[in-house]
Design a protein around this ligand. Sequence first.
Ligand code: F6R
Length: 292
Amino acid sequence: MEVIVKNTYEEMSALAARIIAELIHRKPNCILGLATGSTPVGTYKALIRLHKNEGLDFSKVTTFNLDEYVGLSPDHDQSYRYFMNDNLFNHINIKKSNTHVPDGMAEDIPAACEAYERKIKKAGGLDIQLLGIGGNGHIAFNEPGSSLGSRTRVKTLDDQTIQDNARFFKSIDEVPRYAVTMGIGTIMEARQLILLANKENKADAILKTVEGPITAMVPATIVQLHPRATIITDKAAASKLTREYPEEPRVLKLKHHEESCCASTDSPSYAKASEGRPRKRTVRREKVGNRR
Ligand code: F6R
């Protein structure tokens, strides 16, 4: 697991956008797992800028979102489908038919959850899953106590999540009590995870996620088991960490390759070397971070 601590939210967001943009350049028809909430808004703004200013092309990209409130229709301004259209999809050249958000209005929600899982598999699996983190350590709406092997299903929202999300609604009573969410098992099958956290109210959750033991009571701790997880935070969210973490991704240099690359940014040569086909090449670390 790689932990990168940036000075500001803007820098955190720019790095996450860069990792995603590099994936799109390398694999134009990639499958992105996306998140909602305040945290990824800066990343989406940075991706929109890359699209408008540098022509980053989303025309072949497919996306799957983590979650959706049960009972909110896509045109409800607090639904996650609305959020994604408003914060990203309406501003880039993605085909709406290639974007997927769980259906919180489905008549048969368990069947819709199974269908969502099948769609992800049929698309070839998630290349990158972007994650935020709840103050209670949830990822997507996998609240404390969620099975670490869970699949897409309905979850009851934790009291803390309802309180945290009340800021988006007129009153706390309007916050839905249930959500459809990708499971932790589903998330862990993504080929790469990027977990973002900013602000001090995430500092406890980040401390537990990075330096604590793996436990279902803090679902985000499961990312410690992922072979390719990058946690990017700002200084405030990292303020309780007890070790030093770098500000930049590690740079790897592959022997016999001229090109040097970022370990977490999916550069072709590193990706090939890490895809399980054992290569005879030796990987020499140029700058050693805190791989754990
Ligand atoms: C949203 C999601 C949630 C949020 C988390 C943090 O799709 O999956 O887990 O990432 O609740 O929310 P913010 O970013 O609003 O602090």
